[in-house]
Structures are given as structure tokens and as C-alpha cells.
Write a protein that binds this ligand. Sequence first.
Ligand SMILES: Nc1ncnc2c1ncn2[C@@H]1O[C@H](COP(=O)(O)OP(=O)(O)OP(=O)(O)O)[C@@H](O)[C@H]1O
Length: 194
Amino acid sequence: MIKVENLTKVFVHKPIFEKFHIEFNAPKVCLEAPNGLGKSTLFSIISGIDRAYSGTIYYEGEQLKTPQEKVALASDNIAFPVFLTAKQLLSMTLQSWQCPFPEQLIELLGFSPFLDTTFSALSSGNQKKLQLINALMRQTPYVILDEPSAALDHQSTQHLIDYIHDYQGQILISCHEPAPFFEVGFVPQPLFAS
Ligand SMILES: Nc1ncnc2c1ncn2[C@@H]1O[C@H](COP(=O)(O)OP(=O)(O)OP(=O)(O)O)[C@@H](O)[C@H]1O
């Protein structure tokens, strides 16, 4: 479970979080807030991508020097090299994190025909699928999926939900159309308590 204490994050002169606290205790959480309030920013901080903040993040009560080892993030905030093919990108991930090639996940999301396509030539839905495969293949104890169903077709969304239903680890998502995720046990949690 993840706990954020005393988080302050400022972009240039704009404070996004000031002495902010939040705790994620459910195994499957849908973080809720209107556009632009800081969901993606918080996800980047929790996953170790953004280190420019003050405050403390606890993972099962421990602070981590390299959170990215235990937290996988799928987000538009992560830029993939646009000239590499999907297969080359996934190969980099499996070499870096020593995980198996995610054949089942690729099959499930109908991504096989696009493995030899460069990132820049993928449709937005297929770029989203690649982000999701790239995060879920690592089988980390924590997975964060920022807007996982944005740009996905209905069938792919359902396949994704079936896959993460049985995921062994905590999953945080943000989603502006969360109903299908609630059906498999995701609980809504507001970013800011009212
Ligand atoms: N790199 C950046 N530089 C400056 N401001 C930024 C940067 N990234 C995000 N912001 C600002 O921080 C605020 C929070 O953005 P964030 O993307 O975290 O919101 P969000 O809740 O995920 O929104 P959405 O639901 O639209 O995805 C926004 O006002 C945004 O403009």
C-alpha cells in the first residue's frame, strides 16, 4: 500500500500540491479528480519518474531509493523514442528489467500485427496499448495506469480489465469513464478529500 506524506510540488511558480497527504489502501484504486488537478503529476512522483518534489512516499511502510524498480507506470508523460519499433521498445524493457516477453498480453490486446511498427507510426489506441503492455509486462508489486482506457476500443478495454482483474499487486488508475473498472473491484478515491 502507498502513502504520500507532506508532498509539495511546484511547476515554475504554480503549486500543484502543498503539504499534501494521501494513502492508497485498496488493492485496486481509481483516483478521481477533474482535469488538471494533478493526478498524472502524482503518478509520476509515486513511480519515481519525477524527483523534483519535497515530501515522503512510503511503499508498504518503506521509503524506496529507486521506486521505478517496484512501480511500473503507463502514462502519456513517459516519452518513447519515436523511431524505434514496438518490438524494439519492449525488448529494451525486458533487458532492463529482466522480465519475459509479454506474448499473452500482446495477443490479448490484439497488438501482434503492430510489433514491427515504429512508435511514431502507431495509432493513438495502439500507442496506448504499447504503454500498457510495457508497464504490465514487468509484473511489479505496484502498477499505475494513467487513463488506461483512453483511445482503446471497447473490446480491448474489456480484455485489459479481464487481465488486470487477477493482477497480483496494487493497481492505481485514473479514468474519466471508470464504470467498467468498478465492476471488477476498483474503488473510487478522490485526489482531494472534500
Ligand atoms: N511539465 C509541466 N510544466 C508546467 N506545468 C505542468 C507540467 N505538467 C503538468 N503541469 C500542470 O500541472 C497541473 C496538473 O496536471 P496533471 O497532468 O497532473 O493533471 P491531471 O489531473 O492528470 O489532468 P487530466 O485529468 O487532464 O489528465 C496542470 O495545471 C498542468 O497544466
